[in-house]
Design a protein around this ligand. Structure first.
Ligand SMILES: NC(=O)c1ccc[n+]([C@@H]2O[C@H](COP(=O)([O-])OP(=O)(O)OC[C@H]3O[C@@H](n4cnc5c(N)ncnc54)[C@H](OP(=O)(O)O)[C@@H]3O)[C@@H](O)[C@H]2O)c1
Length: 321
């Protein structure tokens, strides 16, 4: 009988990669979501009945406990970038993960992987503080938890490169927040999915190698925000002027933009950008998981060519087959 995994937040960007990877490995997967219809496309990643979207009410006394019951492994990918009404950082990054971790302890699941974020132990944003408090809460509730802290994640469907590529299609000038010196170690979504699959497989085999550990996941290169624009322009062939925005001005802009229903930038995100987002010296990394992370160059062309000036085939010679 194949193992059962429940993925909370499986409908998101990273969730699609994780679901595909685990489906390929033969697991049966429950996608816990507030909107099951948003998970229907995930069913195509597996055989008939292998991937099942299940409605989840995350409130106290809701469905979390029932969903975790009977699972061999549980993965939490739930996260938000800004607060709106009841969807605040404390609820989404601390209360809900703690509820999931408590259910994992109660039902004795073999492994629980909680996806957090890189740099949260150094940043001063509300986002970072809530993610850090969430890590503490899940570790206390289920000490065997494996915590993954990825840097900014790239890959088809990402919200980072795609956003700036779209903006570069119609804006003549792009912003360099705080001068664009903040450093990132962007990481490929598929590499994180491989890491999760490896941790789940080890747990299913009764191995404890990856349990009660925090892994900081970054790609092979450290690049500044300014350099990231360079990589983007190389792919899209749409070089744009860059204008440096001082931190104070960016925070003011963030405060105004956060009034939008889906803000492009918030004051809190500007605060996050004031700290580098790179793997720390003593951290456990991809290396300790036996995974060689992919470089941006090998993945960006795959999905940024649609933003290329003149279309994806512009500048390419036609060759005969
Ligand atoms: N993307 C990145 O660059 C990046 C970088 C570092 C860390 N991370 C972390 O990695 C994880 C996955 O990121 P992602 O980019 O895949 O996120 P995403 O695409 O925004 O998806 C997040 C998931 O969170 C769930 N969610 C959102 N609001 C919720 C709420 N109020 N109640 C319950 N569930 C809610 C959604 O599930 P339903 O709508 O289906 O319920 C969604 O599937 C997150 O924890 C994120 O913080 C991401």
């Amino acid at each position: 009988m194949s193992k059962i995994i429940c993925i909370f937040g499986g409908t998101g960007f990273l969730g699609k990669y994780v679901t595909q990877e685990l489906a390929r490995a033969g697991y049966r997967i429950k996608i816990a979501t507030r909107y099951p219809e948003s998970a229907y496309e995930l069913k195509t990643y597996g055989d008939v009945g292998q991937i099942v979207p299940v409605a989840c009410d995350y409130r106290e006394g809701g469905d979390v406990d029932d969903l975790v019951k009977g699972c061999d492994a549980v993965i939490n990918l739930i996260g938000i970038l800004y607060e709106k009404g009841k969807n605040n950082f404390a609820r989404i990054h601390i209360d809900v993960p703690e509820r999931i971790a408590k259910a994992c302890a109660k039902h004795e699941v073999k492994s629980f992987v909680h996806v957090s974020a890189l740099g949260i132990d150094k940043a001063h944003s509300k986002y970072a503080k809530s993610k850090l408090a969430g890590e503490e809460a899940v570790s206390k509730a289920f000490p065997k938890t494996t915590i993954l802290r990825p840097s900014v994640i790239f890959g088809p469907g990402d919200g980072f490169f795609n956003l700036f590529a779209k903006l570069s299609c119609f804006l003549p000038v792009l912003p360099l927040i705080g001068g664009g010196e903040t450093k990132f170690q962007t990481v490929y979504a598929d590499d994180i999915a491989h890491a999760i699959a490896k941790i789940v497989r080890a747990g299913a085999q009764g191995k404890q190698d990856y349990q009660d550990k925090i892994y900081e996941l970054g790609g092979p290169e450290i690049v500044s925000f300014k350099e990231i624009y360079g990589r983007l322009f190389e792919q899209t062939n749409r070089p744009r002027a860059l204008i440096s925005i001082p931190w104070g001005v960016a925070k003011f802009q963030g405060a105004i933009l956060s009034l939008m229903p889906k803000p492009l930038l918030t004051r809190d995100q500007v605060t996050s950008l004031q700290s580098d987002n790179v793997v720390s010296d003593k951290a456990l990394t991809f290396d300790d998981l036996g995974i060689a992370p992919s470089a941006m160059e090998s993945v960006l062309p795959e999905y940024l060519s649609c933003y290329k000036r003149g279309g994806p085939f512009s500048g390419e010679k036609i060759t005969s087959f």
